[in-house]
Design a protein around this ligand. Structure first.
Ligand SMILES: [Fe+2]
Ligand SMILES: [Fe+2]
Length: 371
């Protein structure tokens, strides 16, 4: 039916859409994006965040009279981060066929390892946990193995976006307490420049991790919107911090971070979920759920595929495309700087499924992540 048009409308017939990208081609494009991003990330990590867990802080100067609640929090931060070898080995194994992603996970693991060592130093130098206690605590933690929360790469990738942002938020709020900015009566007047610097330094790394994984999810969202939105919906419905079930004193830690104003369910809603949603062009959890539901309700007509076109209404695809383009511009500039572009440049390829192809895209207010 669509082929028969009255002669007077022939000129206004829309051009034949470009052939759709095969899944194989989409996967190749995403992998190239990850590889370029990983090379850029590593150079930037070494240039701007090459700190050392022992030498970058004046450990002897950390306060010895910190409130016990903060010691509980530091110990919990250490407990989570010291699973870095488990996190790293599981994730590397999951993405081992991907150069960009598996090499990135090693770099990421080397940064997470510094976080564990820095928090352990903080715990030791506050003088409120003796070395024998720390050793026994570590032994108990290491007797458990952290395992991947999800069996597939896309769910773990999406989970990591929310987890990195949540971790960054925890450390930023710890930094504020150590800067004497807490409004909680039991924590006012805590001034510890060393602790503040530790929390800030690690929070900057977590922001960089968040941005890396965010760029990855944006690429998936751009080329595989349906699967990615469904993964996002499933993650936010069951989000928990990593290793929560492995750490013996987790409950006490969780209550302490909550009472300290560091992290709780409202912080997750407002400062983790909403922030990640904004960065992914998703308006709200409600809009996400509605969009997925409507997409499912659309009948699948023969010859056309309205089911896949409906998904594009669920998020600001114009913004996401702009962000994926900007990511490729950033990679392109890096490859030009090194000279890679003369051999095998990473090139952005439009997804022909994106509605309104050829017209100016709405939105476009997003920004390429800088860290
Ligand atoms: Fe970390
Ligand atoms: Fe991290």
């Amino acid at each position: 039916m669509a082929d028969i048009l009255p002669p007077d409308t022939l000129d206004s017939r829309p051009p034949t859409p470009a052939a759709l990208l095969s899944n194989r081609e989409k996967d190749r494009l995403i992998e190239r994006g990850f590889l370029g991003l990983y090379r850029w990330y590593t150079a930037r990590s070494q240039e701007t965040r090459n700190w050392n867990a022992d030498r970058s802080f004046d450990w002897r100067a950390i306060r010895k009279d910190l409130p016990p609640e903060l010691i509980t929090v530091i110990q919990g931060f250490f407990a989570v981060e010291q699973y870095a070898p488990d996190f790293t080995s599981s994730l590397i194994h999951l993405v081992r066929r991907s150069h960009g992603r598996s090499h990135f996970q090693m770099r990421w693991g080397s940064e997470e390892e510094k976080h564990a060592d820095a928090w352990e130093n903080a715990l030791l130098f506050t003088g409120q946990r003796d070395p024998a206690y720390i050793e026994e605590y570590k032994r108990r933690l290491k007797s458990q193995t952290w395992e991947l929360p999800f069996p597939d790469a896309i769910h773990n990738l999406v989970y990591t976006v929310f987890q990195e942002r949540a971790t960054q938020l925890n450390y930023l709020n710890m930094m504020k307490i150590a800067q004497g900015k807490s409004e909680k009566p039991h924590l006012t007047g805590v001034h510890d420049p060393v602790l503040a610097k530790v929390a800030q330094t690690i929070a900057v790394d977590e922001a960089a991790h968040y941005n890396f994984f965010l760029e990855g999810v944006r690429m998936y969202l751009y080329y595989y919107p349906q699967q990615t939105l469904e993964a996002i919906r499933s993650i936010i419905g069951q989000f928990a911090m990593p290793a929560a079930t492995l750490i013996p004193d987790w409950q006490q830690f969780q209550e302490t971070v909550y009472r300290a104003g560091i992290y709780g369910p409202r912080d997750f809603q407002r400062d983790v979920m909403q922030v990640a949603f904004r960065n992914l062009g998703v308006e709200s959890r409600k809009a996400l759920e509605e969009g997925i539901r409507k997409t499912r309700e659309v009948p699948d007509f023969e010859g056309e595929n309205p089911r896949t076109t409906a998904i594009w209404d669920t998020f600001d695809y114009g913004m996401v495309e702009g962000d994926v383009r900007r990511l490729h511009d950033k990679i392109g500039a890096y490859e030009h700087e090194i000279g890679f572009d003369a051999y095998d440049p990473t090139v952005f390829v439009e997804n022909p499924e994106v509605p309104g192809r050829g017209r100016p895209q709405p939105g476009g207010a997003g920004q390429a992540a800088d860290d």
